[in-house]
Design a protein around this ligand. Structure first.
Ligand code: PLP
Length: 405
């Protein structure tokens, strides 16, 4: 019987062998080419009709895409993956592959601001989205209509760290014989190291590769991971629509993803310690982290996730907006002067710690009353905990607390 290699080994070595060719390169080369040669007219026809798996044109596929897609399938335990030039391209294509005018979508009411905006924009094309508090499965079930094609969730969500029970939702959809409804999970916050939605009832997983999968904060990318069957629908409808990743980015993200298990373990450990430290601080009113026992859906998170991730949100005690600004500006100044290490910036999932105020950045375009309903107040702070020495992250945060004391 063949040896059963572990997840880290499979991730590093990949499923697809690679012919090192005459140059015997150890690293997988970057195929910086727009087009590929056909051996004959018949060969070209075979490629375009999908009989031969060779690449034809880099907007459609490229060996560097396939290398990264292979790694993403290994990580998410999916059968097929497709990379894009951004997380938003992946979300756009995933949604558009399964809707038609008059289709209906049910989405959690806390999502990345860009995703929320895109779902609303689809209203102009006759696709209605009902936003519900999907932390309670019954709200999702009650919102379904005969036209519902997609249930779209982020779990944990950005920035409230809400946990939605997609396993339970799938269970009810099966009972209701609504197997036509696709459950899409944006797994960016969780990472596949902590949560593998395809193994627990989700149909499609989406990633902003820009975040933990890349980990260095240097590249933008996105991906869809799913079954062969659903990916065929995506390919048929959208292989020509553009939004492809460039080969060099794919090659670099592939190198970075090989270390994701070790990075995420450290993100998990550091964030758990910092969430507890923040919770015990008098100057902090509330901490949102699924790993804390007082998180409202901690038990669901403990079932769906093997680690609780690197993202934390919190509110300062008695904070008016100016207090929050003073706290964040202190951190930004410290980082500029070399006295602290936390960068005031959007994005997340890099090895260095980032902090931001979602209401005044990533979620600014959402109507203020909708933000408030989700809990995204102007004093909410989102922290992407890096993999630095945890004492140094705490030291840097403490300097912000001192200035507002
Ligand atoms: N999904 C989540 C949860 C995000 O936080 C983001 C961006 O911050 C996106 C999707 C969009 O990804 P990208 O910026 O790669 O387009």
């Amino acid at each position: 019987m063949a040896h059963d290699f572990g997840p880290r080994t499979r991730l590093i070595h990949g499923n697809q062998g690679f012919d090192h060719g005459e140059f015997r390169s150890h690293a997988f080369p970057i195929f910086q080419t727009s087009t590929f040669k056909f051996d004959s007219v018949e060969d070209g026809k075979q490629i375009f009709s999908g009989i031969s798996k060779h690449d034809a044109y880099s907007r459609i596929s490229n060996p560097n895409h396939r290398q990264l897609e292979d790694r993403l399938c290994i990580l998410e335990e999916g059968e097929a993956a497709q990379v894009f030039d951004s997380g938003m391209s992946a979300i756009k294509v995933a949604l558009m592959s399964f809707i038609r005018s008059r289709s209906h979508i049910v989405a959690h009411n806390n999502l990345y601001g860009g995703t929320c905006g895109l779902l609303k924009e689809l209203g102009n094309f006759g696709v209605e989205t009902t936003f519900v508090d999907a932390k309670h499965t019954s709200n999702v079930i009650h919102a379904l209509t005969p036209e519902t094609k997609i249930v779209f969730l982020e779990t944990p969500s950005n920035p409230m760290l809400d946990i939605c029970d997609f396993e339970e939702i799938k269970h009810f959809l099966r009972i209701m014989e609504r197997n036509d409804i696709i459950i899409m999970i944006d797994n960016t916050f969780a990472t596949p190291c902590n949560q593998k939605p395809l193994t627990r009832g989700a149909d499609i997983v989406i990633h902003s590769l820009t975040k933990y999968i890349c980990g260095s904060g240097k590249y933008i990318g996105g991906a869809i991971v799913t079954s062969q069957e659903l990916m065929r629908v995506v390919w048929e409808r959208h292989s020509g629509s553009g939004g492809m990743m460039d080969p060099e980015t794919a090659a670099n993200i592939t190198i970075n993803v090989m270390s994701i298990y070790d990075r995420v373990q450290r993100h998990n450990d550091n964030a758990s310690k910092i969430a507890l430290w923040l919770k015990n601080k008098q100057s902090v009113a509330k901490v949102y982290y699924p790993g804390l026992f007082n998180h409202p859906n901690h038990d669901v998170a403990a079932r769906l996730m093997s680690g609780f991730g690197g993202m934390i949100s919190f509110r300062l005690a008695g904070a008016d907006n100016s207090k929050t600004a003073t706290f964040l500006n202190q951190l930004a100044n410290d980082e500029r002067n070399g006295e602290g290490i936390i960068t005031l910036s959007v994005s997340l999932g890099s090895v260095d710690t980032l902090i931001c105020c979602p209401a005044l950045s990533t979620h600014l375009k959402i109507l203020p009353e909708e933000r408030l309903a989700q809990g995204i107040t102007d004093d909410l702070i989102r922290l992407s905990v890096g993999t630095e020495d945890v004492e140094d992250i705490i030291y840097s945060l403490e300097r912000g607390f001192q200035i507002i004391a």
